[in-house]
Write a protein that binds this ligand. Structure first.
Ligand code: AMP
Length: 513
């Protein structure tokens, strides 16, 4: 088998999984809902399933949609699909049938792999699709659905050869304007960012991790791939989805040392009695995927001083990684230094590079940059114009080369000719002790062009009036940009990965106010 590793393409992810297993051997590697799974069992199941998928008719380059909540089977399915040479096409299990249908139809997927609770939705989603994709499910299955277990019964077969530039994953993203687009990521793209994330953040002996990010999102996939480069024997405690109580309890129970989170998770954790939990083993939290408010970071540090928070930054289009704060050289507020091999340029509207300290669009070149958007040559050409990826984020580099993200270009509100960054307003509102989450969007306005509208949710038991929040905003936020319209809501909508869902907030504007 080792020979195959040496001969095969350098970055094939199935080979990476193979080499990882050969290096570490069999040990209890993953804990999920009361049960340990050994590395040997996880690897063996993937090898058998890979062979079963080939037998079912999956061919190299075929797209197969995977729609599951986190479970050990997700990793098994991904590895099995890579062994069959197929393209992993994750779809968040929270997607409504119509959006799932878009992913299946757009990707021209040959099949869908899911769990029993979503079989009905998958059936609705594929109804009438010409290609008639197969449906595979874990657990007991009904007529017309293939049991995943039945595909694990055969003998394992060798992994199919793939070139480094062949697609490993098609990740649907965006949808802030129009329908979600498929981001084409190659084996080389994902191999590179997994390795770079590992190199930047790894500390010997610190490898007992809580995994709560959805494995259907590029950030969750990155974290998993980074772990595969670890030469020691890492342990993952996997959560089906983020649950603050389980998060805190499992850290103490399994003496976990690190976790990757999105900022809204930190924010939600702050509402918990952190001091009552044993968090003494926890050394690092990696925050990425969305802006981390200074206030949230400071409050978390104050309440759990033993935990270092490291910010990283990336997009699905860059296989989830551009920059991260190197261990021991973290800069609060910054998303860190571009990882080795990745170069960041800040450009103005005309594509001219801007000097340190000046904000413009963040662009990058890196071996992690996508092959393009699936079936969208124009969107690809636009995103990759001038030979670099345009992230759609506004940011600046400081004198030391650290990157700071200001906001999403598309979310900037222009009020009376002034740029208002929603993030500034959200951060200021979060400083109010009653506010748990804040989301800010623009409403078209005949006088000012756009008006700033804030939605806030409150900590459990906290009380504050809209007038008090207006006063808070007026005194802390510049006169031209404090929100003139403010709504206290039960919950701020979050995307499946836990980002403030400004798209839903814009829709909510149509029904409030
Ligand atoms: P996605 O493709 O879903 O991973 O979304 C990528 C977007 O998330 C980026 O373009 C940024 O707008 C945002 N993002 C990711 N990480 C950070 C971060 N550390 N700070 C601010 N925004 C971030």
């Amino acid at each position: 088998m080792l020979l195959a590793v040496i001969q095969g393409s350098k970055h094939n992810l199935a080979r990476l999984a193979e080499a990882t297993y050969e290096r570490r051997g069999d040990y209890p590697a993953m804990f999920f809902e009361g049960r340990w799974h050994s590395s040997g069992d996880l690897f063996d199941r993937a090898c058998r399933l890979g062979a079963g998928l080939v037998e079912l008719g999956v061919r190299p380059g075929d797209r197969v949609v995977v729609t599951m909540a986190n479970a050990p089977e997700v990793g098994i399915v991904y590895n099995a699909l890579w062994r069959a040479g197929a393209v992993v096409t994750p779809a968040m299990f929270l997607l409504p049938a119509e959006d799932l249908r878009h992913v299946i139809a757009d990707a021209e997927a040959v099949g869908v792999i899911t769990t029993p609770e979503f079989v009905g939705k998958v059936r609705d989603a594929i109804a009438g699709i010409d290609l008639e994709p197969f449906v595979i499910s874990t657990g007991e299955v009904q007529d017309g659905v293939v049991a995943l277990a039945s595909l694990e019964h055969g003998a394992p077969a060798a992994a199919v050869e793939r070139d480094d530039d062949d697609l490993a994953a098609l990740l649907y993203t965006g949808g802030t304007t129009g329908r979600a687009k498929g981001v084409m990521l190659s084996h080389a793209n994902l191999h590179y960012t997994g390795h770079a994330a590992y190199e930047a953040a790894h500390i010997s002996g610190v490898n007992r991790a809580l995994v709560t990010l959805p494995l259907s999102h590029s950030y969750g996939i990155l974290v998993t791939l980074a772990g595969m480069h670890d030469s020691e024997r890492p342990v993952a405690v996997l959560l089906r989805w983020f649950d603050p109580r389980a998060f805190l309890e499992l850290i103490g129970e399994h003496q976990l040392q690190l976790a990757a989170v999105v900022p809204s998770m930190l924010q939600i954790l702050l509402s918990q009695p952190l001091e009552e939990h044993d968090l003494s083993s926890l050394s690092y939290l990696t925050s990425g995927g969305a802006p981390l408010a200074a206030e949230v970071e400071a409050e978390f540090r104050r309440r759990v001083p033993t935990v270092a928070i490291r910010q990283g930054y990336g997009l699905t289009e860059t296989a989830a990684l551009i920059s991260t704060n190197p261990t021991g050289r973290e800069k609060p507020g910054s998303v860190g230094l571009p990882v080795p091999g990745c170069s960041v340029q800040i450009v103005d509207e005309l594509g001219r590079e801007l000097p340190a300290g000046e904000a413009g669009e963040v662009c990058c070149t890196s071996p992690g940059v996508m092959r393009g958007y699936w079936d969208s040559p124009e969107a690809t050409a636009q995103a990759l114009r001038g030979g670099r990826l345009h992230t759609g984020d506004i940011g600046y580099l400081d004198q030391d080369g650290y990157l700071f993200i200001v906001d999403r270009k598309k979310d900037v509100i222009i009020r009376g000719g002034f740029n208002v960054y929603p993030r500034d307003i959200e951060d200021a509102l979060l400083e109010h002790p009653a506010v748990q989450l804040a989301g800010v969007v623009g409403r078209p306005d005949p006088v000012h062009g756009e008006e700033v509208v804030a939605f806030v949710s409150l900590h459990a038991g906290a009380e504050v009036t809209v007038e008090e929040l207006f006063d808070w905003g007026r005194t802390r936020i510049g006169g031209y940009k404090y929100p003139r319209e403010l709504h206290i809501v039960d919950a701020i909508p979050l995307t499946a990965v836990g980002k403030i869902d400004r798209k839903s907030l814009r829709q909510a504007l149509l029904t409030v106010g």
